[in-house]
Write a protein that binds this ligand. Structure first.
Ligand SMILES: Cc1cc2nc3c(=O)[nH]c(=O)nc-3n(C[C@H](O)[C@H](O)[C@H](O)COP(=O)(O)OP(=O)(O)OC[C@H]3O[C@@H](n4cnc5c(N)ncnc54)[C@H](O)[C@@H]3O)c2cc1C
Length: 407
């Protein structure tokens, strides 16, 4: 006897969020769906976080693969790699790809991530100007590093600093240009940011802070960056690391409700009950996302609902950040700027290059910035997430877990 056809799940986006949701789903209900995945990139699924060590020459493309093509075949998943979806027809419940494939769905999962934001300055489309989001960008940067000398990275956040470090490791002369006066200002306070800048300068990186790019100069290829004040910097490669924007054009064109991103409820369902969305393309209770920890939680909840075991709800948690630059130890978690009703406790040891600041609200830690000695970062993060009362160990808190627990 022929078995009944399985319901069809189509996934748009073969990145970290979409494939994590599929992995979770396969654990819960391996046989439930007939799964088809469309990915714009011509690869299996890889760990985007590790593009930084790939650029720095510390890892190879093979090292960063999470699920090679065989994984899809082994799990009975049809993969259309290098063939983006260009239209969703919600009435007919089908998607259409650029290559002309059409796939019908019973459930659709949108996981299209973000696109790099390229500041629209004159010259931003010149050859030699690239973003830092995928394997192709890294390959273009490595090629530029072999042929050229001067790199300028626009953006002094996590991504920009990791790009700059990678290009420096590839032998380029690198200057980071940042609009703000301190690096990673969203994760670090001014003292930690100053220590970071010193450490990076000692590796050979240069910085131009508080600078606004007015124009990229060049004809055949970029040759220089000009700032608002008229100063210029030579540049044969310009890496734009000035933020990302949720990739929602496809969802919006299909009439799904979007604000800054695709709006989802606590089950990761969009306004169309057949369509779910996860990752950097979603907006949940006014927030959008740029780190993998919350995205793993979303994937788990979404998979449970797709599997029909849907009692879970997605709850936003504090996040923590590290910089993947060898030799630089920093850790930032929670709300580091404090506000009314918060107090800071601070430890500085300039000789050891150590700085620690905890932000307390009443009896609880709400934020932590650590530089130079980050061993206790995950412990502070755990205290933040669990909202553990810390009054009894307040005097010893900055000296770390071992001392607090011994006492
Ligand atoms: C260099 C770098 C370093 C990072 N380091 C860290 C870190 O240290 N810690 C951390 O937590 N996070 C880090 N991140 C962020 C993290 O990688 C992202 O938060 C995560 O990848 C988001 O997952 P996503 O699936 O939403 O998006 P993505 O991983 O970008 O996946 C989206 C996929 O959808 C595809 N797509 C888009 N449109 C279509 C379409 N129409 N049809 C088919 N496919 C489509 C895209 O090509 C892409 O492959 C880093 C990011 C970068 C770029």
């Amino acid at each position: 006897m022929k078995s009944a056809p399985r319901p069809r799940l189509v996934v748009v986006g073969n990145g970290m969020a979409g494939m994590r949701a599929v992995e979770e789903l396969l654990q819960l209900a391996p046989e439930l769906y007939d799964i088809t995945v469309f990915g714009e990139e011509p690869h299996g699924n890889y760990n985007r976080i590790l593009l930084s060590p790939l650029l720095a020459g510390e890892k190879s493309v093979a090292d960063i693969m999470l699920n090679p093509r065989e994984w899809y075949a082994r799990n009975g998943i049809t993969l259309h790699a290098g063939d983006p979806v260009v239209a969703i027809d919600r009435a007919r419940r089908t998607v259409r790809s650029q290559g002309g494939s059409e796939a019908g769905y019973d459930r659709l999962l949108i996981a299209t991530g973000s696109r790099p934001f390229i500041p629209p300055v004159p010259g931003c489309d010149l050859p030699g100007v690239i973003a830092f989001r995928d394997i192709q960008h890294v390959e273009a940067m490595l090629e530029a590093a072999r042929r050229h000398r001067h790199a300028v990275v626009i953006g002094g956040g996590l991504l920009g600093l990791e790009a700059a470090n990678g290009l420096l490791r590839q032998g380029m002369e690198v200057t980071v240009v940042h609009l703000h006066h301190s690096l990673m200002e969203r994760q670090l306070d001014a003292p930690a940011s100053a220590l970071l800048q010193q450490a990076l300068e000692s590796t050979g990186l240069r910085f131009v802070l508080g600078a606004q790019t007015a124009e990229l100069i060049g004809t055949e290829r970029v040759t220089a960056v000009r700032f608002k004040d008229g100063a210029t910097l030579p540049a044969d490669l310009v890496v734009m690391a000035a933020g990302v924007r949720p990739n929602i054009e496809l969802a919006r064109a299909a009439g799904l409700y979007c604000e800054r991103a695709i709006v989802v409820d606590d089950t990761l369902q969009t306004y169309d009950p057949r369509i779910y969305a996860v990752g950097e393309c979603v907006q949940h209770r006014r927030s959008t996302f740029g780190l993998v920890a919350p995205i793993w939680d979303q994937a788990r909840v979404c998979a449970a609902h797709l599997a029909g075991a849907g009692h879970r709800r997605y709850v936003q948690q504090a996040t923590a950040t590290k910089l993947k630059v060898t030799g630089v130890d920093l850790y930032s978690a929670g709300c580091i700027y404090g506000g009314p009703g918060t107090e800071d406790i601070v430890l500085r040891d300039p000789r050891r290059g150590v700085y620690k600041r905890l932000v307390l609200q009443g009896e609880r830690i709400v934020g932590a910035v650590l530089y130079g000695d980050v061993a206790d970062g995950p412990w502070y993060f755990d205290l933040i997430q669990r909202q553990t009362p810390v009054a009894a160990m307040r005097q010893r808190l900055l000296f770390g877990r071992a001392l607090c627990e011994a006492a």
